[in-house]
Design a protein around this ligand. Structure first.
Ligand code: PAF
Length: 296
């Protein structure tokens, strides 16, 4: 059962966050706390995580924090979209109890001297092209886990590598939180929802549909037998038909280890857990999308 039905309060300091959580925990012994960490500019994908948390926990905390430590020097930190009023409305609709919206100074009064760096799982895909990105994600998520002490934390599978990193980190560190993976939410056109879709021109958005269109073909290719190399080449061929698409990667890896997949007689095993992942730029906008096999 949820604690409240009213619009969520926004707190901006750690002291206020603790006061609210202490109050909930004092009044609701055994009450469960769910956390949905986000960078704001919420869309239906975030709303689905929030609704799930609200249905599974007595108290849901939404964190909205554009974390500078996970952006590279040439990335979009300064222009990352923000809309506090809309975020609050989406949160209210989804049943959030509390929004934690700290400033950079509140989260990082000094530049942290501690780093959290995972090997292996952070190295391929986005880790290869965004050095330091997952260190930034790992430290902010660890701080949020320590601040909120959630029973469950909800992450979308669109960022499948991020989910693998966070799951691995919580296992390695025995963090007492259940990491809950949630499905990708798409527009009816197939485009995976992302706060960054707002950057796309109508032409870029139209061409970006090639990502979900090509990923849709993957289960059949794997079923009929294909090598990892051939799969990646076929994806590249399909995507590069769109003149604005600039492919960063189109790869298949074992999931969640993100290691090179096993092949039997030169073809991928249809029973392996595989992540087929894409990162493609359309103009200045970098989009990611993926499919996990076998499908549920
Ligand atoms: O997925 C995101 O929005 C961010 O990487 C996260 C998990 C909120 C950490 O800043």
């Amino acid at each position: 059962m949820r604690a409240t039905l009213s619009a969520p309060t926004i707190v901006r300091t750690i002291a206020e966050l603790h006061a609210r959580l202490d109050e909930y925990r004092r009044n609701t012994p055994n009450g469960k706390v769910g956390l949905v960490p986000t960078m704001g500019y919420l869309h239906e994908g975030h709303a689905s995580l929030l609704r799930r948390s609200a249905s599974e926990n007595g108290f849901t905390v939404l964190s909205v924090f554009v974390n500078p430590l996970q952006f590279g020097p040439t990335e979009d930190l300064d222009r990352y979209p923000r809309d506090e009023e809309r975020d609050r409305a989406v949160a209210a609709e989804a049943g959030v109890d509390l929004i934690f919206m700290p400033s950079v100074a509140e989260m990082y009064p000094k530049r942290p001297l501690t780093s959290i760096s995972l090997s292996g799982v952070t190295e391929p895909l986005c880790g290869a092209s965004r050095p330091g990105h997952f260190d930034g994600v790992a430290i902010v998520v660890t701080k949020l886990f320590n601040l909120v002490r959630p029973d469950r934390a909800y992450f979308g599978l669109k960022d499948a590598q991020q989910l693998a990193v966070i799951t691995q980190m919580t296992e390695d560190l025995n963090t007492p939180v259940e990491v809950v993976p949630c499905p990708i939410v798409r527009e009816p056109s197939g485009l995976a929802l992302s706060s960054r879709n707002v950057y796309l021109s109508p032409e870029e958005k139209e061409q970006a549909l090639v990502l979900s269109r090509s990923l849709k073909q993957v289960p059949e290719w794997v079923k009929t037998g294909i090598s990892a190399k051939e799969l990646s080449e076929r994806l590249r061929q399909l995507i590069s038909k769109e003149p604005l698409a600039d492919i960063e990667y189109a790869e298949v890896l074992e999931y969640p280890s993100l290691t090179i997949p096993q092949e039997e007689n030169g073809v991928l095993s249809a029973s392996s857990r595989l992540l087929v992942a894409l990162a493609v730029r359309f103009g200045k906008t970098r989009l990611i999308d993926n499919i996990l096999l076998p499908q549920a």
